[in-house]
Design a protein around this ligand. Sequence first.
Ligand code: ARG
Length: 470
Amino acid sequence: MRRSRYNTMMKEKKKKPWAGRFSEPTDALVEAFTASIHFDKRLYRYDIEGSIAHARMLARQKIISRNEEKNIVAGLKAILADIEKGRFIFNARDEDIHMAIEKALVDRIGETGGKLHTGRSRNDQVALDIRLYLRDEIRIIGEMIAGLKSKLVDLAKSEIDTILPGYTHMQRAQPVLLSHYLLAYREMLERDEQRLRECHERVNVMPLGAAALAGTSLPIDRACTARLLGFKKMSENSMDAVSDRDFVAEFIFVSSLIMMHLSRFCEDLVIWSTDEFQFVEISDAYTTGSSIMPQKKNPDVAELIRGKTGRVYGNLVALLTVMKGLPMTYNRDMQEDKEPLFDSVDTVKSCLHVFCEMIKHTKFNRARMLKAASGGFSTATDVAEHLVMKGIPFREAHGVVGRLVAYCIEKGEDMQSLTLEEFRLFHRGFGDDVYTCLQVENALNSRSIPGGTGKDAVLKRIKSIRGKRK
Ligand code: ARG
């Protein structure tokens, strides 16, 4: 080959696929600044999957030949194998994963590779890739939540006799079953799962065909591409299809709630593992020590889950802010959707995983919990309800028991040690059955209304959950 022809060829190879109207090469600084390949490369599998479906559709529509389809698909599969074996070099000069793969395809199969992008733009392509990616991740996260939920139900069953002081305002309020507490988190996770399913509905929409923003004049078959990729729906408006990131924001919001739920649970575990509480002991394997204080055993895992919640919230705000001022339709700002999204996915997954393991390594101190649940006049409400059952208006009963509590505090005694005469000094309605409702177990089990913390109600709930699971 003559030297000058070789030089022109090499120059052409270095050019961007979009370089036709440019007379100057991109500045290296701009190249580095605009590139997203260092993070969007993780979409490679979905990019290739989408391209294969697109090529197959193009061939069915006779826009490309069967032979070209075969070459393109084989080329894409070979690129996939290369990436998976770590043999693919990602280069900032290729800007993003979409161009990197297209360029690799042309390098591999020649100019037929240039036919892949027919009737398509990176704008609808990137929307497709994110949707395919999120579809998978939502499924995985949903499975992790289901796993945690059933772990909580198993725990609720094995801790069915563990009594815990329930708190409001962080002040001891009323005794509850630890199982009831655990199942409360299961309810939250159940809603998280529902939200994920609903989010999945909106993610599961096929945007290809929107092209840059206005669709294409080529006779493509969108329904065919949708079918090949397992989408039930197609986007209904090409402009919306390329400018929409609602589904990303929605996913990060759902993730934020999942994190919030884990974080609150962790907060309790942090408090419960203090010397002051000693309600739980997280095993050595799931705690860490202090570099200066030899006696310390810190609940760092729980603290970090609580801390990482902040970054997911931050990701949500980042994305909403990126989107808020964007004119229709696609704007390059939208490339900033990926890092918050990926970080949210990674954070939620790792937190769910480690939380589930930490719970398995946590022991509940039944005696300590019971002791705390018995103190602090935790059955005062039950005493008031005892009076209510004798026909006394609740407001009056509340006042009577309030005065009784003050009397006990003054005497330095708890209510159990008062005589019936003393009770009757406060209200003549007191009968000797007041001692029954003062007992923590009795107070607790009397709350067996549906949704209540009584053992019967909790067992019923466990049964109905397990029944549904089968
Ligand atoms: N890397 C881009 C992104 O993540 C892909 C779409 C680019 N489209 C464009 N017309 N420059 O948003």
